[in-house]
Design a protein around this ligand. Structure first.
Ligand SMILES: [Zn+2]
Length: 180
């Protein structure tokens, strides 16, 4: 009896008597057929979609289990691709965050990770004719973080900005809770 495992081993690559010879047409067609079978059929895809619909959230067998590193990486990549105008919540490049107005400006050297920069920074930079340096701040004089008119913006150092807020706070306390 022939041991097929040994036969297979012997016939691999250069040891195969057919090595270097043109592939016979019937072998070609068998390989093509095998490749087709390896492709996912539309039925399999639709079944997978149905499965993911009915096995969402708590119904998923993976619910509560830690996410696989490759899944995490794929999600992070997808999220990266969904910033700015590729984001489903795209509002023409202007959004609000913590009271500030942010502008989609992916080419600015100091944008955040999602490609946005605070509008008051852009306005201050336009007025200055240069980028704001590290440690330079823009203070909103009337306290409204979304009011970015030139007259409402004060460009100052981080230290002065801190002092300004402390001083405003001190005067407020003195006025409403002070002795005299
Ligand atoms: Zn301020």
């Amino acid at each position: 009896m022939t041991d097929h495992r040994i036969e297979r081993h012997w016939n691999v690559g250069k040891n195969n008597p057919m090595y270097g010879k043109p592939m016979a047409p019937h072998v070609k067609s068998i390989l093509l057929e095998a490749n087709k079978k390896r492709q996912v059929s539309p039925l399999v895809i639709s079944n997978l979609n149905k499965y993911s619909q009915t096995h969402k959230g708590v119904n998923s067998p993976n619910f509560g289990k830690p996410m696989l590193p490759q899944t995490k990486a794929a999600l992070a990549l997808a999220r990266q691709k969904q910033t700015g105008d590729k984001c489903p919540g795209w509002k023409g490049g202007k959004i609000r965050s913590r009271g500030y107005i942010l502008i989609w400006c992916p080419n600015h050297p100091f944008v955040n990770a999602t490609g946005y920069i605070q509008e008051h920074r852009l306005i201050a930079e336009k007025a200055l004719g240069r980028y704001l340096k590290r440690g330079e701040m823009t203070h909103h004089i009337n306290g409204n973080k979304a009011d970015n008119h030139n007259s409402n913006l004060l460009i100052c150092s981080l230290g002065y900005h801190r002092w300004l807020h402390a001083e405003m706070n001190r005067r407020y306390m003195q006025k409403y809770f002070g002795e005299n």
